[in-house]
Design a protein around this ligand. Sequence first.
Ligand code: NDP
Ligand code: MG
Length: 384
Amino acid sequence: MKTISILGSTGSIGTQALEVCEEHDIKVKALAAHSNAALLAEQAKKFGAEYVCIFDESKLDRLKTLLADSKVTFLTGMEGLKTIASLDGVDIMLNSVVGMVGLVPTLTAIEHGTDIALANKETLVAGGKLVINAAKEKGVMIYPVDSEHSAIFQSMQGNSMNRVKGIILTASGGPFFGRTLDDLRNVTVEQALNHPNWSMGNKITIDSATLMNKGLEFIEAMWLFDLSPEQIEIVVHRESVIHSAVEYEDNSVIAQLGVPDMKIPIQYALLYPNRVHCDVRKLSLTDYGKLTFAKPDYETFKCLTACIKAVTAGGILPAAVNGANEAAVAAFLQGRISFTGIGDLVTEVLENTENKEIKTVDDILEADRAARAYVENKIEEGQY
Ligand code: NDP
Ligand code: MG
């Protein structure tokens, strides 16, 4: 029986992961959320968690009241997340928090030698080399949860990594595929949150609408699979059936297919290398009839272009671009900027950040902070 800890257990990925735990008898040792005390308490009771962390300290009393008759250990804030990331007796930690806040817990788990199932893509985008090198040094496995990266990982099983020519990273194209920049100026929050194929948390849903998500995934793939930018081809595939593919030296392409349901990649990451029953719909290719493929529109979807430029330049730029995006998406969701403002702000931060090498985690955190400050200042000036 495996033992797991989950950071971000109340989110879209976290709740689906708990379903996998229930279906496959995975023992849950610790759970963490930001502020949803009610759901966190319910999960802790149901799964008999020994540790719970509520990041937002103001919700701690409520959590304690809800769990008054249990022996659980209560934690809060970043220290709480780090405590969970360094618990003994955990086979795998699922990091499914949203945003850069996941970086330090990921590094802590690696330092402790705990394998990680990684949904929190911002961690690899910002932390890149530091995270991967630390994992290599400690012999820690990072199992991808993101569906595309899971597909690539699955398509690499049994094949020699040094025969990989490149990968095909598929993209649904989001709700605004085929639109022009002009069409997108007046997009509402509601329209942007309406993803055609996937049901996900708000931040990643907006990232999917701007194609920032594909840019983040491009960077994530480079680090996870040791690829150069030239080895990655992004293909818009509206049906989200082919979740990505690997091209080998002999020009064979091996892909992973399935209905768009995160349960499959979550379960694969948690139960690797086992393939067992998964409670999702069976794929019927004849129901789909045809699958379509197109090139992405790099001019309209500026965030995608910014990510590729940032990772090609390297250094702190991916962290800066990610920080800018997190701040801009939050502002868009609060109705403070327009939809196209997100791409404009991300591009501006890319163009105005003085690049430098990442030597320590502080370099990453500082790049993130500076990018957010830049975005906030620009929003105050009111042009977006
Ligand atoms: P959600 O917004 O649905 O959930 C986020 C989770 O993180 C919640 O449990 C939230 O707690 C928790 N959280 C946020 N901040 C903190 C914090 N500071 N400390 C502890 N917990 C925190 O996001 P998703 O599940 O959609 O996405 C999570 C990650 O997975 C993202 O990085 C996303 O890009 C990635 N991902 C998601 C996919 C999906 O299908 N949803 C697919 C592929 C990748 P609370 O509920 O209290 O706010
Ligand atoms: Mg994905």
